[in-house]
Write a protein that binds this ligand. Structure first.
Ligand code: OAD
Length: 227
């Protein structure tokens, strides 16, 4: 990290678990209890809106009292000090921006932004949680602006993440199972060193120059004290 002139960070749900947000495939992850096809696909949105709304309402309510942890703040400080250039994230929590990161590419959207699927107008969180219709077109189509399975990723975020990772001299991949396409292809683009920081070993030995098996917060604290 001291030698690299271009360090980029790529995060997944494991970055947020120590802020008490469950991940998806870890031992207490959402997809251990719920089939993602029933709640996180564009088909589920159209065919079973109430179940879809209940799932995202539960997640939004969980986020109400959630704050970034020390690891998020260290990454924000790294950006300020020029130690990292940007963060590409799969997380929809918004915790990297709450911690202060500015160059942030949210590849799967942001759960706190509500929009109407029908007319694209912005909605309020309250209207979504209360099960209200869109105030503009009056259809029952409010949803969080997250990427559902079966949908395209936001082009701007994708292009910026793609370019930054491609140019990186060092890529830190933190807290992701790398199971979800196409984002799981991004680490392969880096021409520099790629380091995994994850609490479980993902295998995939040929994809990483180094693996640090540990919790995101503790590893970032150690890195911070060493730098
Ligand atoms: P996953 O839940 O698939 O992977 C999280 C990884 O982080 C697992 O390997 C965990 O063991 C690890 N982990 C958990 N807590 C950790 C900690 N404190 N420190 C380090 N590692 C930790 O989450 P993602 O890879 O982000 O997409 O999932 C990718 C996408 O799948 C999500 O964006 C979401 C989901 O379905 C959509 O809904 C479209």
């Amino acid at each position: 990290m001291k030698e690299s002139n271009n360090t980029v960070v790529f995060t997944g749900a494991g970055m947020d678990t120590e802020s008490n947000i469950p991940d998806f495939r870890g031992k207490d992850g959402w997809w251990r209890k719920i089939d993602p096809k029933s709640v996180a696909t564009i088909d589920s949105f159209h065919s079973n809106y109430e179940v879809f709304r209940e799932f995202y309402s539960t997640r939004l309510k969980l986020l109400k009292n959630v704050k970034p942890h020390k690891g998020h703040y260290i990454l924000a400080d790294f950006e300020k000090r020029g130690i990292i250039k940007s963060i590409a994230t799969q997380n929809v929590s918004g915790l990297h921006s709450s911690a202060g990161n500015q160059k942030l590419y949210e590849l799967h959207g942001n759960i706190n932004v509500i929009k109407c699927e029908n007319c694209n107008a912005k909605g309020t969180l309250k209207d979504f949680l209360d099960g209200k219709s869109c105030s503009v077109c009056k259809k029952e189509e409010l949803r969080p602006a997250v990427v559902l399975f079966g949908e395209q990723l936001p082009k701007d975020a994708w292009d910026l993440a793609y370019d930054s990772i491609k140019q990186s001299e060092l890529l830190l991949v933190i807290g992701t199972s790398l199971e979800v396409y196409p984002v799981n292809q991004l680490p392969k683009l880096s021409k520099g060193k790629v380091v995994l920081i994850n609490n479980e070993d993902l295998g995939l030995d040929s994809d990483f120059d180094m693996k640090i098996i540990g919790k995101a917060k503790a590893v970032l604290e150690q890195l911070d004290s060493l730098i």
